[in-house]
Design a protein around this ligand. Sequence first.
Ligand SMILES: C[S@@+](CC[C@H](N)C(=O)[O-])C[C@H]1O[C@@H](n2cnc3c(N)ncnc32)[C@H](O)[C@@H]1O
Length: 250
Amino acid sequence: MSVAQVKSPDRLTPFLNKMHHGDCIATMEKMPAKSVGAVVTSPPYNLKNSTGNGMKDGRGGKWSKAALLNGYSDHTDCMPHEEYVAWQRKCLESMMRLLKDDGAIFYNHKWRVQGGILQDRQDIMAGFPVRQIIIWKRSGGINFNKGYFLPTYEVIYLIAKKNFTLAPKANSFGDVWEIPQTRDNPHPAPFPIELAERCIASTSANVILDPFMGSGTTAIAAINNSRDWVGMDISSKYCAMAEERIVNYG
Ligand SMILES: C[S@@+](CC[C@H](N)C(=O)[O-])C[C@H]1O[C@@H](n2cnc3c(N)ncnc32)[C@H](O)[C@@H]1O
């Protein structure tokens, strides 16, 4: 057998259907390029670096016991803004390297007003092929300041490579998704399984990556849709939480 005929080892299989504990950029760098069909993810929002809603000092009656006030177990969520933007852009670059030519990223984030200016995350998105913005109407949020209306929506950036097309009939989902937040998850900032499922069902991807997997929501959604998945999280506590949730689900 000539060298050219030797079957190259499958470098993706060892990553499939597992949680990988560690920094997502370092883990993504170990994966083969163009091996993933879709990314469904929600990064930390840098919420503790916030001017107006009391996240820093925890003031604010009704939500003073909100789990998110304590932050994540292994991430402060309080970077200087420029550093946060640079970090998220690096994460997106790694995701783009892993994405097939017909792949797409569903990147859930939140717009907010900081110092009177809308932080619409354009600084993170600049240069990436954003195709559409989906509004997730989550019916209920948290608010630490009596001077603010209760926030009830987040956004999902659909960042799509050139050959990406929606799965048949998915365009009828529209661009405002009304999906209630789940309340039975011990992770401080989970998204609902239904949200991840809608993203996944909108694609024909076989392998779904979530580099910020938290409690395992994207993995459960992938399993429910008969897709393979790859999960990563910096926190060993959340990796264990995800593994347990995935085993016990359904
Ligand atoms: C918004 S939460 C994701 C929650 C998830 N969608 C769920 O439903 O449970 C963000 C996650 O990113 C993780 N994280 C923070 N920094 C990270 C890093 N450098 N690499 C991988 N994960 C990280 C946090 O531990 C947290 O679990």
